[in-house]
Design a protein. Structure first.
Length: 345
């Protein structure tokens, strides 16, 4: 059958095109309305008005809704080396309502953006900045390879609803609808906590030892000299300044395995020592408690405490919280050598 031609055929094609565009526009508006109503990324979340369940496992997309909403007055910021700090245990230790907003492989800039959003949105009683070596770098990366959704971190998320018009957000909205109807489970706990390491029952000591050795620091590797700038620490100083008067400010170097630490007498060791000295000075100026778990200790020298060179096991996480609580209460080093107190008000 041949397609007709002439004025009538042209009008039919025009009508078909108009109808197709109208259906596409109405469908898009319907999806946008659904996304706006379900608010899967918590644009409307606020103190006393929590967001809905966390439906996206991408922490960079999920955590702004926790920073905006919920009952939290305290938070942890850091990388995967702090993700196992359970807010429930922190709550019991310090008497606050913690969220764990540590993001895998987060750069200092990404951590600072999330912390600034949290500090601007609520009364804050405690903050914990869990540091790793990237804070000591002379040229820290601004972003990881993961796309960072800057628009979600704006205080008012201008045009936020329109920015959610995507297949990923529509999928997240569908998951949110399913959860509201009682199907499925949130991707991450409402306080941001998730155990990302394998089940403890699956721990393989031989495999862990191999991974620890693969992630060990090379003592001969070059490093930034101790006197080189550490620009990320300026951001840390500013964030501690933003915490309200009376809030508990904590800064802690996380306990990576001793093999991944800069050993004394090496360029990396000299750089780490200079970084810790600067962090101690910043903490003292801002009335913060600074604690160093990143040192050879009975914990960090035992392979069986680690999955790899950076990530400790769950029992160690509980010991970190207990160490923080003791450091805040006493201001003295751990008698067993697990941590040193770098600064105390």
């Amino acid at each position: 059958m041949r397609v007709g031609s002439g004025p009538d055929a042209d009008e039919s094609w025009r009508r078909f095109a108009r109808d197709l565009l109208a259906v596409a526009a109405l469908t898009g508006l319907a999806v946008l309305a659904l996304v706006t109503a379900l608010d899967p990324y918590g644009l409307r979340a606020a103190t006393g008005r929590p967001a809905g369940p966390i439906v996206d496992a991408n922490q960079r997309l999920a955590y702004p809704q926790i920073a905006r909403g919920g009952p939290f007055d305290a938070a942890v910021f850091g990388t995967s080396t702090a993700r196992l700090l359970d807010p429930a245990i922190l709550d019991a230790a310090f008497g606050d309502r913690f969220a764990n907003l540590a993001v895998n492989a987060a750069t200092p800039d990404e951590q600072a953006r999330l912390a600034a959003l949290f500090l601007a949105r609520r009364p804050v009683r405690a903050v914990l900045f869990a540091l790793d070596a990237t804070w000591c770098a002379a040229d820290p990366p601004a972003r990881t390879a993961n796309a960072f959704p800057d628009w979600l971190y704006e205080p008012g998320t201008p045009w936020g609803t329109l920015r959610q018009w995507s297949l990923r957000t529509a999928t997240a909205a569908a998951r949110a609808a399913a959860l509201h109807l009682g199907f499925g489970h949130p991707r991450i706990r409402a306080d941001g906590y998730a155990v990302f390491t394998p089940p403890e029952a699956a721990y393989d000591p031989a495999r862990a030892r191999a991974r620890i050795r693969a992630g060990a620091s090379d003592p001969a590797a070059p490093a930034d000299p101790p006197e080189a700038p550490m620009p990320a620490l300026g951001r840390l100083d500013d964030l501690l300044r933003q915490a309200p008067p009376g809030a508990l400010r904590m800064v802690a170097f996380m306990p990576v395995h001793a093999a991944a630490q800069g050993a004394s007498g090496t360029p990396a060791g000299a750089r780490e020592a200079a970084c810790k000295a600067q962090v101690a000075a910043i903490a003292a100026r801002r009335g913060a408690v600074a604690v160093d778990f990143r040192l050879p200790s009975p914990v960090t020298t035992r392979d069986e405490n680690y999955w790899d060179a950076l990530h400790y096991r769950l029992p160690v996480a509980a010991r970190v919280v207990a160490g923080l609580r003791a450091a805040v209460a006493t201001g003295v080093d751990d008698p067993d050598g697990f941590y040193r107190v770098l600064a105390h008000p």
